[in-house]
Design a protein around this ligand. Structure first.
Ligand code: UDP
Ligand code: MN
Length: 408
């Protein structure tokens, strides 16, 4: 054989062998085949043309192949450090992938998806610019001393709130009770709530009743659902009212914890007349009572007897909160209802009942666990009261009732 051809053929064959065994043994693919072939070809060709050297032509590709094989075993990214290092492209491995790697990967992927989503539908909108030296209202308190905002008509833009809230895909639960004669309030409550409560957003109404057959069939908006839950009645109306805390707490533990993000407890003997929207959504939310919102703390009707677990010492108290409407995140409402019912149970064991039942316990709880947001008396305006100027809208009102008749 012509010496020239041998110089070309030998390195090519060598390179082929190295490349083949490279992929078999070393778990490295194309690079190992291509590099020695190209190198050997060049050396073989130049060698015969220019240098007329014999053994070197065989040795060089062997040495080259050896170097490439060695580098391949270490790390390609390291060896060719000029190449950008891509962490997720590592050497293929025959080792089984650990579960934790999979989880980490899917976490990264889901975060990336969230980011893409967040930037793909930006809620761009035009609205009047806010100015720090132009407060929306000066006739009412807009912020509590612990920096919880207080919701008043004229202080927020509902469109902005809705656009922000819609991105979160929350489900809100409403717990309400219609026991004994209170079934008569179901239609007015649900009819108005369907229209005005979190309009356009997902809401599950959970209606506890001892008369499921008396629940009127009503057509609700597609994003609203009604769940009817049978419940026993008690002879004393105070017990029906107080036991709501226990029933809500238990139901959170068994169901709502998995079903909803936020939960609100509302009286059934109310009607809504204006929107109650996503401005009510926060971690722990209390409503300032329409009866006592301007009174000094010592004339508010807190429980003051130290024997009751609901007792608030004289000289303490922020606002007087209505038990007819409170709520927050499911976990915060769980803590609240569990703590309040514990107080009710201990009072029962001690033969005492707080002045305004569970409302007294709620007031004590919210004094020491400050609400993160407050609803002004617009959110529970008592029907019997004349409306002062600062109450610009009556969003929700109690329905007039003959107390003796309806509670008998
Ligand atoms: N409740 C009920 N049946 C009763 C008494 C009370 O279903 O016989 C429930 C109902 O949801 C009601 C709430 O407990 O809205 C609180 O009672 P009520 O409205 O009478 O208290 P008030 O608002 O007058 O303080
Ligand atoms: Mn009521």
């Amino acid at each position: 054989m012509d010496i020239k051809k041998v110089h070309i053929v030998i390195p090519i064959v060598m390179a082929g062998i190295i490349g083949y065994f490279g992929t078999e043994i070393m778990d490295i693919k194309k690079v190992h085949i291509l590099i020695p072939i190209v190198m050997a070809g060049i050396i073989g060709y130049l060698g015969t043309k220019i240098m007329d050297i014999k053994e070197v032509h065989i040795l060089i590709p062997i040495v080259m192949a050896g170097i490439i094989g060695y580098l391949g075993q270490t790390d390609l990214n390291e060896a060719f450090s000029v190449l950008p290092s891509i962490p997720h492209i590592s050497r293929p491995s025959s080792q089984p992938v650990r579960q934790v790697d999979l989880d980490e990967t899917s976490l990264v992927i889901s975060r990336q998806t969230d980011l893409n989503e967040a930037f793909s539908v930006l809620p761009r909108m035009s609205y009047p610019q806010p100015f720090v030296d132009k407060p929306q209202r000066t006739d009412v308190l807009l912020m509590s001393p612990w920096l919880a905002p207080i919701m008043w008509e004229g202080t927020f833009n509902r469109d902005i709130l809705n656009a922000q809230y819609r991105q979160k895909k929350f489900v809100v639960g409403v717990a309400t009770f219609a026991v004994k004669k209170y079934v008569r309030f179901i239609e007015g409550f649900l009819g108005s709530a369907n229209k005005f409560f979190l309009s356009g957003h997902r809401v599950n109404f959970y209606l506890f009743t001892d008369h499921p057959e008396k629940v009127p069939s009503m057509k609700l908006a597609p994003e609203k659902s009604l769940f009817i839950i049978p419940v026993q009645n008690y002879s004393r109306w105070q017990d029906i009212s107080m036991n709501r805390m226990d029933i809500i707490s238990n139901r959170i533990r068994t169901h709502w914890h998995y079903e909803v993000d936020y939960l609100y407890s509302m009286d059934i003997d109310v009607q809504m007349f204006e929107h109650i929207g996503v401005e009510i959504i926060d971690t722990l939310v209390g409503t300032i009572s329409s009866w006592q919102y301007t009174k000094p703390r010592d004339s508010n009707s807190y429980e003051r007897r130290p024997e009751s677990r609901a007792a608030i010492p004289s000289g303490e108290g922020d606002f007087y909160y209505a038990a007819s409407f409170y709520g927050g995140s499911v976990s915060e409402v769980y803590k609240l209802t569990t703590a309040c019912f514990k107080g009710v149970t201990e009072d029962r064991a001690n033969g005492i009942e707080a002045k305004w039942h569970e409302e007294s316990h709620l007031n004590k709880y919210l004094l020491y666990h400050k609400p993160t947001r407050l609803l002004s008396p617009e959110y529970y305006w008592d029907e019997e009261l004349p409306r002062p100027q600062i109450i610009r809208v009556k969003r929700l009102s109690s329905v007039r009732k003959d107390l003796e008749e309806v509670r008998s």
